[in-house]
Design a protein around this ligand. Structure first.
Ligand SMILES: Nc1nc2c(ncn2[C@@H]2O[C@H](COP(=O)(O)OP(=O)(O)OP(=O)(O)O)[C@@H](O)[C@H]2O)c(=O)[nH]1
Ligand SMILES: [Mg+2]
Length: 195
């Protein structure tokens, strides 16, 4: 998709605040600091539309970005950030679970993991949880620019093994917000899941 027009439409914490216009939604989930906002910016050809930062845990609400009046990208606050209190983490869990398990407009989830490391326990739990709810998942291994191209296959194999990757219910893509590697493939997956 050629993206010309994007607006931050809504930051929501509860269903009454979700968009009402019936467009399909694609959510981005992953550990704090993994690169969700950067992926969003890459997909929409902006440097800093979705706020990125070196401070993990910055994004605290569900941020709906309307793209070309055709689809919403939903930037979900990152999990696994140790410094937030237990109460805050429980509130976070409830907000995310409600959205991911009950939202009809949600057509697929992009689950980000760090290409350099084996998935964390949180990554594995999230992946399995999405499969349980039969939500189509694209696993995106990001920051791929930080490992040599010759090691991409190995990184992919490790991630798939640790996730117990299910190719019938999910897809996989190496990605970099720095080099834009994988951008077209991620867009194709999104377009295939928008109906
Ligand atoms: N080298 C490299 N750095 C990246 C990439 N993607 C993100 N980063 C960096 O990683 C840091 C975190 O990126 P964000 O996009 O803010 O991460 P996030 O997942 O949105 O984080 P939260 O909103 O805190 O959950 C920033 O310093 C980015 O510049 C990538 O593909 N390659
Ligand atoms: Mg973010």
């Amino acid at each position: 998709m050629e993206v010309h027009n994007v607006d931050l439409t809504i930051s929501a914490v509860r269903p009454a605040q979700y968009p009402q216009d019936g467009l399909p939604e694609i959510a981005l989930v992953g550990r704090s600091n993994v690169g969700k906002s950067s992926l969003t910016n890459t997909l929409i050809n902006r440097k800093a539309f979705a706020r990125t930062s070196s401070q993990p845990g910055k994004t605290q609400t569900l941020n709906f970005y309307r793209v070309e009046d055709q689809v919403y990208f939903v930037d979900v606050p990152g999990y696994g950030y140790a410094k937030v209190s237990r109460t805050e983490r429980e509130k976070w869990g409830e907000m995310i679970e409600t959205y991911l398990s009950q939202r009809d407009a949600l057509k697929g989830v992009i689950a980000l993991v760090d290409a350099r490391h084996a998935p964390s326990e949180d990554d594995i739990n999230m992946y399995n949880w999405l499969l349980y709810f039969e939500i189509p998942v694209l696993v995106v291994a990001t920051k791929a620019d930080k490992i040599a191209r010759g090691k991409w296959n190995k990184a992919e194999a490790v991630i798939k093994r640790e996730l117990d990757f299910d190719p019938t219910l999910s897809d996989f893509q190496m990605f970099s917000s720095e080099t834009k590697a994988g951008k077209d493939e991620v867009w194709s997956w999104i377009e295939n899941h928008m109906q």
